[in-house]
Design a protein around this ligand. Structure first.
Ligand SMILES: C[S@@+](CC[C@H](N)C(=O)[O-])C[C@H]1O[C@@H](n2cnc3c(N)ncnc32)[C@H](O)[C@@H]1O
Length: 496
């Protein structure tokens, strides 16, 4: 998923006057109007100055997530993110989206980045907008519950409210079925009456000048059906994003492009410098660079996440070219990026479509039989068990660091479907912080052979390998299964 907008996060202690001025300008033009009953400026536009941001949020407890179209600031979310004795808490204290850019998922992207970390203790927002309360519930798969919030009132007051300047001394009604703070924010409440009534049932009616203090907690019951469709059903959406953020070039598995090309070219004597080559899911383009270095005349790569020299941005399932290739590479788990094997098959079929009659494809996939694999087993036919296990799963930083997939605590495996679930957290670098549920398909030799053949290719070689491809390993030792195939329509062509 490559966005047309640029997202980033600025820690509060790096909030300088230029950004504060931009935040104030966007807020003042886009936030909305005071209600007619407001003691200040009734019916007038709500405005803030740069000084407000600097006085209240220029400290390390706060962060500002922003979205820009080019250089223009189009959305902002200011939030508290702090450590507490029970774990981290993130509380959004301001959310503004420029009217021209609403209904494009910008607010959802910002909020999901702020609330998306499954190992936090609590997530929340101070708002009078029922839709953002419901966004909190959707992002955290938990319903706001005023009773629960009031039972934790002492903790919330001490660890959360006391840290937010405009809430520290604001009266908070958290008895029985209400959680409302008297923030003296007299805004117009006429929009979204149906959603408002729904939220009122959970957090109580707001009096003039009040906002809801909406919170959900990690140890709360989960909305399981919602969670299933939203996180397991949509996990494919996150694959490209997780890959985009993976520092592939620095990881150990990606260190032997030269050795890999030595071996492939040895096995494929018909491939020469004049053979046109395409690398499907080329990543950083390391194999493209290696072949170019060896004098290959036409080498190109495609990838939907990374782009490098000679690699264009495209999806291997649907990319179309007039050119037909004598060698197509598809190495290191490009096939297997999707939980649904129809998507993995679509990559293979597109490879078959772009292969010359006498061409070869070299495909490597993650080996389900590798004995070094860890992980807690789960039966993914039982949705409730699956989703509960996903929620219990510790997030990992495997993709952001080593790329090695070995921790039992942070991998769930469904053997019968060959699926491995892991939550990947990313911080720093460009973009928003994020946690993604990534589902990898790992194959047995029989499964990948069957899928390759279903795509209209014929296997000419198959071996269990590790990076470099030099050794022909046993099933238990090989991290990858390497398959060389050609088109079914051709006469048998030679592969040594
Ligand atoms: C583990 S990396 C391997 C990269 C490269 N082949 C290498 O060996 O260095 C897998 C790559 O496949 C890409 N990928 C997965 N599915 C894809 C798709 N449908 N279209 C384009 N790229 C895809 C990812 O973005 C990622 O860069």
């Amino acid at each position: 998923m490559v966005s047309k907008y640029d997202y980033s996060v600025t820690p509060g202690d790096r909030l300088g006057r230029p950004l504060a001025m931009e935040l104030a300008a966007l807020f003042s033009s886009a936030y909305g109007k005071w209600s007619r009953k407001s003691p200040v400026n009734p019916g007038g536009r709500i405005r803030l100055g740069a000084g407000y941001y600097l006085a209240n949020y220029a400290n390390p407890l706060f962060r500002v997530a922003t979205c820009r179209a080019g250089s223009r600031l189009i959305a902002q979310a200011v939030y508290l993110e702090c450590d507490t004795p029970r774990g981290k808490v993130s509380l959004v204290v301001q959310l503004v989206v420029d009217a021209e850019f609403r209904r494009q998922g910008v607010a959802t992207t910002l909020l999901h980045a702020i609330w998306g970390f499954s190992d936090f203790y609590a997530w929340g927002i101070v708002t009078s907008s029922p839709c953002t309360v419901e966004a909190l519930e959707a992002a955290t798969f938990r319903r706001c519950n005023a009773g629960l919030i009031s039972r934790r009132a002492a903790f919330v007051a001490r660890e959360v409210l006391a840290r937010v300047p405009f809430l520290a001394s604001a009266p908070w009604r958290t008895v029985g079925s209400s959680s409302a703070v008297d923030s003296k924010f007299f805004t117009d409440r006429s929009a979204k009456p149906v959603a408002r009534r729904r939220v009122e049932r959970r957090l109580g009616r707001l009096a003039e000048g009040e906002e809801w203090l909406a919170l959900t907690f990690r140890d709360q019951d989960l909305d399981l059906e919602d969670a299933y469709s939203q996180i397991v059903g949509c996990s494919g959406r996150f694959v490209a994003e997780a890959y985009r953020r993976q520092p592939q070039a620095r990881q150990k598995w990606a260190a032997k492009a030269g050795e890999e090309m030595d071996n492939l070219l040895r096995w494929l004597p018909a491939v020469g410098k004049d053979t046109p080559v395409c690398d499907f899911g080329a990543g950083t383009g390391r194999h493209v660079a290696e072949l170019r270095r060896r004098g290959f005349e036409h080498v190109e790569g495609i990838d939907f996440a990374a782009t490098g020299d000679g690699v264009s941005h495209a999806d291997c399932r649907s990319w179309k070219s007039q050119r037909r290739f004598g060698l197509i590479l598809c190495l290191y788990d490009v096939v297997g990026s999707f939980a649904d094997d129809r998507a993995n098959l679509a990559i293979l079929k597109n490879i078959a479509r772009h292969l010359r009659k006498d061409g070869f494809a070299a495909i490597s996939v993650a080996n389900a039989g590798f004995s070094g694999l860890r992980g807690t087993s789960v039966d993914s036919k039982n949705r409730r068990a699956l989703i509960k296990s996903i929620f219990r799963l510790a997030p990992s930083r495997m993709m952001a660091t080593t790329g090695e997939f070995l921790s039992a605590k942070s991998v769930l495996r469904n053997r019968s479907k060959g699926l491995f679930y892991h939550k990947e957290q990313f911080f720093g670098g460009s973009g928003l912080p994020g946690e993604y549920l990534v589902v990898d398909r790992r194959y047995t030799a029989g499964e990948i052979e069957a899928l390759v053949e279903k795509a209209g290719l014929r296997i000419v070689m198959r071996r269990f390998v590790r990076s470099g491809f030099s050794k022909d390993l046993s099933e238990g030792d090989g991290k990858e299964i390497l398959v060389i195939a050609n088109k079914v329509t051709t006469r048998r062509t030679k592969c040594r």
